[in-house]
Write a protein that binds this ligand. Structure first.
Ligand code: ADP
Ligand code: 5GP
Length: 189
């Protein structure tokens, strides 16, 4: 039996993590989360091996050289994020449904590799202003980093049409239901 991939991409702050968490809470779809590697520092409460594998820049580059990444991106200057092959291949063979929370370029690259075995979902904010206020409300980034993330968001939103499905995350419960139904239909296919 072979599994499938659910790729969820969006600019930072659009609600990817919240939507994935809500789908898990509802418990109607069994998905395994692909834990990415990054050289950014953990936020308060984030755990190594749960939210990310937190690596030094040197450790990250060693894994790049060793070919351990399916894909990786310098999402922000000096900040690397990557999907480890070990998170995907063996679990796909076991028939797992694997969910990836990755940036827009990474999402499109993974879709290219896995084709029909992957569903790519783009989460869109209602407006750029609402994205900024969500990032401010989350309170995990400095004003400079928020500016950087909002300006990158405009480029990322321009790539939305390349995804299989776009979901606007305005009213959260509705966005979660839409994502859940889309995923269920894809798994059944
Ligand atoms: P991402 O994982 O895409 O970076 P998060 O899931 O961390 O984004 O969401 C960013 C912030 O926006 C969080 O504080 C979250 O609680 C809030 N948020 C998410 N979805 C909504 C929504 N539909 N309406 C209002 N706030 C939201
Ligand atoms: P954050 O620092 O907010 O956790 O994540 C910043 C961005 O990096 C988000 O858009 C997130 O989806 C993306 N990201 C997380 N893991 C990966 C990954 O493995 N590969 C890529 N390409 N992007 C990732």
């Amino acid at each position: 039996m072979t599994g499938k991939l659910i790729i969820i991409s969006a600019p930072s702050g659009c609600g990817k993590s919240t939507i994935i968490h809500e789908i898990e809470e509802r418990g109607n779809v069994e998905m395994k989360f692909s834990v990415s590697a990054t050289n950014r520092a953990p936020r308060p409460g984030e755990q190594h091996g749960v939210n990310y594998y937190f690596l030094t820049t040197e450790e990250f580059h060693d894994k790049v050289v060793a070919g351990e990444f399916l894909e990786y991106e310098e999402v922000y200057p000096g900040r690397f994020y990557g999907t480890l092959r070990s998170e995907i291949d063996r679990r796909l063979e076991c028939g797992d449904i694997i969910v990836l929370d990755i940036d827009v370029n990474g999402g499109l690259n993974v879709k290219k590799v896995y084709g029909d075995r992957a569903l790519s979902i783009f989460i869109q904010p209602p407006t750029i202003e609402s994205l900024r206020s969500r990032l401010e409300g989350r309170g995990t980034e400095s004003p400079e980093v928020i500016d950087q993330r909002v300006s990158r968001a405009e480029y990322e939103i321009s790539l939305a049409p390349k995804f299989d499905v776009t979901i606007v995350n305005d009213y959260l419960p509705q966005a979660v239901t839409e994502a859940e139904e889309t995923i269920k239909a894809f798994i059944k296919r």
